[in-house]
Design a protein around this ligand. Structure first.
Ligand SMILES: Nc1nc2c(ncn2[C@@H]2O[C@H](COP(=O)(O)OP(=O)(O)OP(=O)(O)O)[C@@H](O)[C@H]2O)c(=O)[nH]1
Ligand SMILES: [Mg+2]
Length: 172
């Protein structure tokens, strides 16, 4: 084989073997549990005393042979557009115990208008169901508007957290 062909074969070979890396961004109002969800998913841990996230940060976990690069997007982030660029999926998170965080989810979804990846709506803190200010009907209505799935999760108990990410890697 000519040297050039050998080179091309090598490049294509390593490209095919390269791990799949998918970017996922997590958005939502202050204190809805964005960092807690990421911590639960990546480290399987939970803390009651969380500090507010000042700087957006990426975390990695491999699922179904795919490396997920999960971006915990700070509410202070000035370059949201840049972070969202190339996201395979965007998680839009609200806190079920605060109705205003559902309004923020609506605003975020409007802001994302035209995004053609997977958008998933999440009502977090499902362990506090008895304090819920919004529930299934409200979240379903929002999700249906964007033909997107929705989940209720608890970063505290871990309920449904893995299922959200499975939704993304499913059928890959
Ligand atoms: N009961 C309960 N508390 C939660 C859950 N998820 C997060 N929390 C608590 O809610 C508070 C905020 O959680 P964070 O993960 O810091 O929320 P955040 O969206 O990252 O907040 P910012 O970075 O300030 O925007 C913390 O006190 C968490 O312990 C949950 O599923 N259930
Ligand atoms: Mg945070």
């Amino acid at each position: 084989m000519a040297l050039k062909n050998l080179y091309i074969a090598n490049v294509i070979g390593s490209w095919m073997k390269a791990p799949k890396i998918w970017k996922i961004s997590v958005l939502g109002d202050a204190e809805v549990g964005k960092t807690s969800l990421v911590n639960r998913f990546v480290y399987d841990t939970f803390k009651d005393d969380m500090e507010s996230t000042v700087e957006s940060k990426a975390y990695k976990r491999k699922v179904d042979g795919i490396t997920l690069m999960v971006w915990d997007v700070s509410i202070y982030e000035e370059h949201v557009d840049k972070i969202l660029r190339g996201s395979k999926a965007i998680l839009v998170v609200g806190d079920i115990t605060r109705k205003n965080t559902l309004n923020t989810m609506h605003e975020i979804a409007r802001f994302l208008d035209g995004y053609n990846g997977i958008m998933i709506f999440i009502g977090n803190k499902s362990d506090l169901k008895y304090q819920a200010e919004f529930w299934k009907d409200d979240l379903k209505k929002l999700a249906d508007e964007y033909s997107s799935p929705f989940y209720f999760t608890s970063a505290k108990t871990g309920e449904n957290v893995d299922n959200v990410f499975r939704e993304i890697t499913m059928g890959s």
